[in-house]
Design a protein around this ligand. Structure first.
Ligand code: PLP
Length: 419
């Protein structure tokens, strides 16, 4: 029994499945998880003395690599001044300014502690602003675990959704309409039936929680247009794509500007921090200015904002180099996978490898993938010192700390897969 096995066994006595977020349990790859000792740059080290090249990067936040010296130093310094005050600090405004500099659509923002909170709150604002109750989300897009967003398609009718989790009142389902990602007609049909009651459409501009699925040409523009037609708001959930595709996220990359946006992951540089925001007119509905209530004891926390500020500053100062390097490195890995006959979807440093004969353009394509083969691939990579996400339906993240040598070594390991 390894030290990780022992720790995992003990953890299961105290925490459901031994973890604090389900995917960490490695169930989809039929393994017990390794327990982390530390991480530095492109590497993560477990308690058994193993070292892995890390392509999970804490599920996205660590775009600069783990423990970037500047970020760590800033955080250590901030800690000396206390961990939380529950009163305003200048850092919140500095971070807000940086975010607006990166994504000008973020005229006014609110800081929260997780992506879940950000999307939940953005939807509340959309409802408060439009005075409408229904929302449209896409099957296979993930927006955190709040009640109204954990819905799946019911049997038959397009318009029927049902809770995707225990503990959610069935009645909530009537407010969450489900459309299909990359399928304009599914949105048109819902809008025809419910358009005047729809507060917002929320979408991952690049879907990254069913494996990475890119928006097909014109899809995001179409969402922009149809929301305007019906007086609904468009929310881009950029918790993954924000500061990842480009400094300004997917909205800059695809040049489609939503009404409201959520950021998370990279925005906090590895600390629990997320953001929702957008047009001033809409965000002015949030308390204390308006009647849409939303609050947080630790929101805008001085340590989290410090990590976010330092991370964004580094990205801004080096943006040309960072984003072009990340793209080049992504291309090298993509080519390695394609050479051995695997399908990939990629935008910059965000990508997925699919065990499928067909291209992956929608949720059903992703669902049809061979998860047994994925598990075999995952184990092969891990045995060769490379940690990729332990599920077919998660993304692969490259950081700026992944040097060309590390990437080439990874490509080499990939090229031998199946031999
Ligand atoms: C991770 C994620 C969330 C949820 O963020 P948490 O911080 O885990 O609550 C929401 N939306 C998207 C697109 C995500 O990838």
């Amino acid at each position: 029994m390894t030290k990780s096995d022992e720790l995992f066994k003990k953890a299961q006595n105290y925490m459901p499945g031994g973890v604090n977020s389900p995917v960490r349990a490695f169930r989809a790859v039929k393994k017990t998880p390794f327990f982390v000792k530390k991480a530095k740059g492109a590497y993560i080290f477990d308690v058994d003395g193993n070292k892995y090249i890390d392509y999970v990067c804490s599920w996205g936040p660590q775009i600069l690599g783990h423990a970037h010296p500047r970020v760590i130093e800033a955080v250590k310094k901030a800690c000396d001044n206390g961990l939380t005050y529950g009163a305003p600090t200048e850092k919140e405004t500095i971070l807000a300014e940086l975010i607006k500099k990166c994504a000008p659509s973020m005229e006014m923002i609110r800081l929260v502690n997780s992506g879940t909170e950000a999307t939940m709150s953005a939807i509340r604002v959309a409802r408060g602003f439009t005075k409408r109750d229904k929302i449209i989300k896409f099957t296979g897009c993930y927006h955190g675990h709040s009640d109204g967003l954990l819905m799946k398609a019911g049997s038959g009718l397009l318009t029927n959704s049902i809770p995707n989790s225990g503990g959610i009142p069935k009645d909530y389902a009537k407010y969450t309409l489900l459309a299909n990602y990359n399928d304009k007609n599914s949105v048109k049909e819902l809008m025809k039936l419910h358009g005047k009651d729809v507060a917002c459409i929320i979408v991952e501009p690049v879907a990254a929680n069913m494996g990475v699925v890119l928006p097909q040409y014109g899809f995001l523009e179409f969402l922009r247009k149809i929301t305007e037609e019906y007086g609904a708001l468009l929310i881009f959930d950029e918790v993954i794509t924000g500061f990842r595709l480009s400094l300004g996220g997917a909205q800059e990359y695809y040049n489609v500007i939503p009404d409201l946006t959520t950021f998370g992951k990279i925005a906090g540089g590895g600390m629990p921090l997320a953001v929702y925001g957008g047009k001033k007119e809409i965000m002015s509905k949030v308390a204390p200015l308006g009647n849409v209530y939303q609050a947080g004891t630790l929101s805008g926390n001085p340590i989290a904002t410090t990590a976010g500020i330092e991370t964004l500053k580094i990205l801004i100062e080096n943006k040309e180099e960072i984003y072009s390097e990340l793209d080049k490195k992504g291309a090298i890995l993509e080519e390695a996978y394609n050479k051995i006959g695997l399908k990939t979807n990629r935008v910059g440093s965000l990508m997925s490898v699919f065990f499928s004969e067909k291209p992956i353009n929608k949720y059903e394509d992703s669902l049809a993938c061979n998860v047994e083969k994925f598990a075999d691939y995952f184990n092969y990579m891990l045995n060769n010192g490379i940690y990729v996400a332990p599920s077919q339906f998660e993304a692969m993240f490259i950081s700026f700390a992944h040097t060309t040598d590390i990437i080439k070594h990874t490509a080499e390991i990939i090229s031998k897969y199946g031999n």
